[in-house]
Design a binder for this molecule. Structure first.
Ligand code: COA
Length: 373
């Protein structure tokens, strides 16, 4: 019995959703290279491509975008929940809790025919930015900024979050970030979503599982830790940064935002996000990329590992003024499309996911009565 810790190197299923070539820095959604999508496709177009398996025509995209825009508002009872939360500490915990409430309100919770799945999919994708923004409005004691149907997915989120419409650069920046996060083969959170679907549990349950899995600092939680690190190192010279890294590595701690299970060269999404973060730095007068570049050189020299998507996502979000503990939720806003697409695929070709273990404990022990122990 051979054991593969972390399922490293194990092929668990076949999929036509996305492809990574980790040696050649290639990522494709449905066969389309991520750099082409980054240059040309909006988040809405990318979501359509992933969910339906083909690029939309102009009319199909218009209809899909309009449907998404129409489904953004939250039911009044959910808004009531957001106003009455017992604590407000971790926005991602609240987000996954609201998904559970939405599931409980869905009268067709267990229906998994394609029409129903698509209805749930659109609902979840459309409502996620509203949950995040309303939560933020409420915790800042501001009135809710309701969704604006005339704005794109990305622009509408920034509008709801800040109460002012973003400029074109900010809208495009968030839109690109969402495109880059939308899908990434069988990562931990997607696997969690598929495991839930494989038991024929409902779509909300899969999204709750995936959101909980993404929350960990080795996955989506990395970007929040990256910004803390960048703030700590901002303005320090290369020598001091190197000392800081040495100290971390000596303690066998991870440098957040570096390394990847599949990419053994630079993550193509990191390449796109670095460009974007640099452009935003120049516009906003920040220097996140200056310190990021110093870190990249030092970490590569010491560990031969590259920055990943979360490393540069942190600078993009900082430049967009996103609250730091909401960074993981930005990842959810994009990746929810991939989770849902994988769940739909799992329902269609289902086999319950249930690996084996190797037992290493004692066997066939005699039971000892409690007064004899
Ligand atoms: N900082 C320091 N060393 C790292 C590292 C990091 N961020 N990522 C990997 N390494 C080192 C490991 O210590 C190990 O070195 P060793 O062989 O000398 O012990 C080697 O690189 C291989 O790492 P491993 O843990 O086997 O890789 P993995 O595939 O299991 O883990 C990650 C992948 C992403 C979990 C890991 O790189 C990590 O923890 N990164 C930081 C968190 C992060 O940014 N997550 C977001 C991913 S998109």
């Amino acid at each position: 019995m051979s054991i593969h810790y972390g399922l490293k190197g194990i092929v668990a299923l076949e999929s036509n959703i996305s492809r990574i070539d980790g040696g050649r820095s290639i990522l494709e959604y449905r066969g389309y290279n991520i750099h082409n999508l980054a240059a040309n496709a909006s988040f809405e177009e990318t979501a359509y491509l992933l969910l339906k398996g083909k690029l939309p025509t102009t009319l199909e995209l218009k209809k899909f975008s309009e449907t998404l825009a129409e489904r953004r508002e939250l039911p009044g009872k959910i808004i009531g929940v957001l106003y009455n939360l017992p604590t407000i500490n971790y926005p991602t915990v609240i987000l996954r809790t609201i998904y559970s409430y939405l599931g409980d309100m869905d009268e067709k919770l267990f229906q998994i025919n394609s029409e129903e799945l698509m209805r749930k999919a659109i609902d979840l994708i459309a409502k996620t930015p509203t949950i995040i923004a309303y939560y933020q409005n409420i915790r800042e004691n501001k009135p809710l900024t309701h969704p604006n149907k005339t704005l794109s997915h990305a622009a509408n989120f920034l509008w709801m979050l800040n109460g002012i419409e973003p400029d074109r650069v900010e809208e495009k920046a968030l839109d690109l970030d969402l495109v880059l996060h939308a899908e990434h083969t069988l990562n931990a959170s997607t696997f969690a979503a598929r495991i839930a679907a494989s038991t024929l549990s409902d779509m909300y349950a899969g999204i709750v599982s995936a959101t909980g899995t993404l929350f960990g600092p080795l996955h989506g939680g990395a970007s929040h830790n990256v910004i803390k690190m960048l703030r700590e190192l901002e303005g320090k010279d290369a020598k001091d940064i190197e000392k800081w890294i040495d100290n971390k590595l000596q303690k066998r701690e991870r440098v957040m935002g570096f390394g990847h299970r599949v990419y053994k060269t630079l993550d193509p999404r990191a390449k796109e996000l670095r460009k974007l973060a640099k452009k935003l730095d120049n516009l906003k007068g920040n220097a996140w990329i200056a310190v990021s570049d110093k870190l990249t050189e030092i970490v590569y020299r010491k560990k031969r590992i590259y920055p990943n998507v979360d490393f540069y996502a942190a600078s993009v979000y900082a430049n967009l003024g996103i609250p730091e503990d909401q960074y993981i939720n930005m990842f959810v806003m994009g990746r929810i499309v991939g989770w849902i697409t994988h769940m739909m695929d799992q329902y269609q070709n289902n086999k319950i996911i249930r690996p084996l273990q190797k037992y290493i404990g004692k066997e066939e022990r005699a039971y000892i009565q409690i007064d004899k122990r």
